[in-house]
Design a protein around this ligand. Structure first.
Ligand code: N0T
Length: 527
């Protein structure tokens, strides 16, 4: 059974008994609704060196009538993935799709008296199911259970499907919480003890808002939401997090009871300065991790959809020690930079997978960049898996801020006796021969793996690397050799030796622009 396991200090996804590093893309939302359409995509994904696809399953299409299931889209997806030697992560588009409920079957959509909607504070119903209603969670769970049963029957041996995302970007917009009658009643009732118990137990390490509530009032059994957490939209958001995470966790638990694949929930992130309800309130966001973990123990981990330029900042909030880390969606930056960001995620943040959104619509240039980056990850997978969490692998990536400005200051890493500095600017033309002159590169990112005291692998694009001894003294570091090359069936096959102008006569290593390349580097010390 696919599962998550701590190995080498990182959490890895184990498939068929082996760690599996996912080079994925997430299908554009509508692509899995037509099998003929889907069939046009696989060859693109193969060309981009995918080994996995993240793909939706639509509640409305699999359960067009209550209790009558049609799994033809799911079966076609699995068949296509198998034919192209890819694994699948399935997205359960059930009650939530980006805070809305657009994937409900018509028999749910049209029967709001049986399947009540969330309401605005003025009483208007929304195209969002209420998370407080038992019929809603039962209907969603029943469909999800049917899906998991079907997977168990048709894929229980082969495990083409390796993981499931439960719902999609759970949260509430445009208000911070549901104001329907059930929600109002629950909001004015005591905070459930399961939540206060969890928060009390974890009080040493709570998110700031919760820690402040603990200091101010404690978490008393029987106290109401506003008495426990204060009045205001932050508390409305906690309530949404609890109720929607409970719901999501119930759906996940029901599915796991029949077929226990790893399951996660994904988050739409926060645009700076936005308030709960302006961004999807109550989703699996860093300030709500405690609530999600308390509410949804069947969800194995929480994952970020990173569409903002401050990629590293958001990624670091989810890549926490001892927690599984996956980036199921990313995009809206240059496709070449998106490819480079991936190298960093695998190497520096121990990601089990990386997955640009809507890869079928990448421009040819960007598809090429992603394909090159994934080709390189494919070649390096055994080394990456062996070094995740070991301290002997790092990523190199300039930090980009939300406004898009990039911090190009050099980054320094220490490996034993060697101090390694990654520069995102090119050396001046005066010192370098004819090949490199203008500082034109716009894409930077890569990784370093140390495999022996003097032995290193470098991979990436748009980086110049300098080597120095650790500590002062009279010893110095030199480059013994740098080779380009490829791993073919796991064997290193060297190409050119990179020397002369390509190292500025032995002064540095360069990972050239406009391509993703691997370099085998041997250093030495002299006195
Ligand atoms: C994502 C995708 C899909 C410039 C948006 C991101 C996917 C969903 N939502 O294309 O709808 O199903 O999970 C929301 C964040 C957008 C921020 C844009 C910033």
């Amino acid at each position: 059974m696919p599962h998550l396991a701590p190995r080498h200090g990182a959490i890895q996804l184990i498939v068929d008994g082996q760690p599996f590093l996912m080079r994925a893309g997430e299908l554009e939302n509508s692509s899995a609704s037509s099998l003929p359409y889907l069939d046009t995509l696989w060859s693109k994904f193969e060309a981009m060196h995918f080994n996995a696809v993240i793909a939706p399953v639509y509640w409305n299409l699999i359960e067009p009538q209550q209790g009558r299931f049609d799994f033809s889209t799911v079966d076609g997806l699995i068949k296509g993935a198998r034919a192209h030697d890819m694994r699948l992560v399935l997205l359960w588009f059930g009650s939530w799709k980006n805070s809305m409920s657009s994937y409900l079957p018509a028999w749910v959509k049209r029967d709001a008296s049986r399947y009540p909607r969330a309401r605005r504070s003025d009483g208007t119903p929304m195209e969002i199911l209420s998370a407080l209603d038992a019929a809603n969670v039962q209907a969603d769970s029943a469909a999800f259970v049917a899906l998991m049963k079907h997977l168990k029957q048709t894929d229980g041996e082969q495990h083409t499907v390796v993981m499931v995302q439960v719902e999609n970007e759970v949260g509430m917009i445009p208000e911070a919480r549901d104001h329907g009658p059930l929600a109002d009643a629950a909001f004015h009732a005591p905070v459930p003890q399961a939540l206060t118990d969890y928060l009390s137990e974890h009080r040493e390490r709570l998110a700031p808002q919760l820690a402040a509530a603990w200091r101010a009032h404690g978490f008393r059994t029987g106290a109401k939401w506003e008495d426990t957490f204060g009045a205001g939209e932050q508390t409305d958001e906690l309530f949404t997090a609890w109720t929607e995470a409970r719901y999501t966790g119930q759906v996940a638990a029901a599915g796991k009871a029949v077929y226990p694949l790893p399951m996660y929930a994904n988050a739409a992130l926060i645009r700076p300065g936005k308030r709960p309800g302006e961004y999807p309130s109550g989703g699996p966001l860093p300030h709500l991790f405690d609530v999600w973990r308390a509410a949804a123990p069947a969800i194995d981990f929480l994952a970020p959809d990173i569409y903002f330029p401050n990629f590293t900042e958001w990624a670091e909030k989810y890549a926490l020690p001892g927690r599984p880390f996956l980036i199921p969606e990313t995009g809206r930056v240059s496709g070449a930079q998106m490819a480079a960001n991936g190298l960093y995620a695998y190497a520096h943040l121990n990601a089990m997978g990386y997955s640009p959104y809507a890869p079928e619509f990448l421009s040819p240039d960007y598809a090429k960049a992603l394909g090159q980056a994934y080709d390189l990850i494919d070649q390096l997978t055994p080394l990456i898996l062996a070094h995740q969490g070991s301290g002997k692998m790092v990523g190199m990536l300039p930090r980009t801020h939300f406004d898009g400005s990039v911090d190009l200051s050099p980054q320094t890493f220490v490996f034993g006796d060697y101090k390694v500095t990654a520069s995102f600017r090119k050396p001046g033309s005066a010192s370098i021969g004819a090949k490199l002159d203008a500082d034109t590169s716009t894409t930077h990112g890569g990784l370093i793996i140390q495999t022996g005291p003097d032995d290193f692998w470098f991979a990436g694009t748009g980086i110049t690397v300098y080597f120095e001894p650790v500590g002062k003294g009279r010893s110095a570091v030199g480059i013994e050799s740098i080779w380009e090359g490829r791993f073919i069936n796991g064997q290193w096959v060297p190409g050119r030796e990179m020397n002369g102008d390509d190292t500025n006569q032995g002064r540095h290593l360069s990972l050239p622009d406009d391509e993703f390349s691997i370099r085998r580097v041997t250093l030495y010390r002299y006195h």
